[in-house]
Design a protein around this ligand. Sequence first.
Ligand SMILES: [Zn+2]
Length: 142
Amino acid sequence: MRLSDHFTLAELTASQTAARLGIDNTPSPEMVDALRRTAQLLEQVRALLGKPILVSSGYRAPLVNRAVGGAANSAHMLGCAADFSCPAFGSPLEVAREIGQSDIVFDQLIHEFRAWVHIAWSPQPRRMVLTIDGAGTRYGLE
Ligand SMILES: [Zn+2]
């Protein structure tokens, strides 16, 4: 199922962890609606960067989220978040900086240190920009 011009439901629900552990990562219809909005957010990011985006994690059923060590209140469980990279554009830090300087509306933008970028939307977007690494969580990008 296509969620937007460039993103499919399969892409936003794929989980190696779910496959490995035999966990059902099928989203409910409400979650699929949320994922449609996530796909629209990713379309904005794709248009900004001008390059294809590689999604590494979108929707996560609660058991999958726990298995990958996700935050207890992770937006991934609501279908409102995606982790991605865009190697054709640059490093995760360069990608996060470009999004942070754009007028794209998001709830949280996180540079997960040198690994990927997390972006999430919410009905009350805070446009919060964070860096997470082995030392913890901090405001801003580095
Ligand atoms: Zn994430």
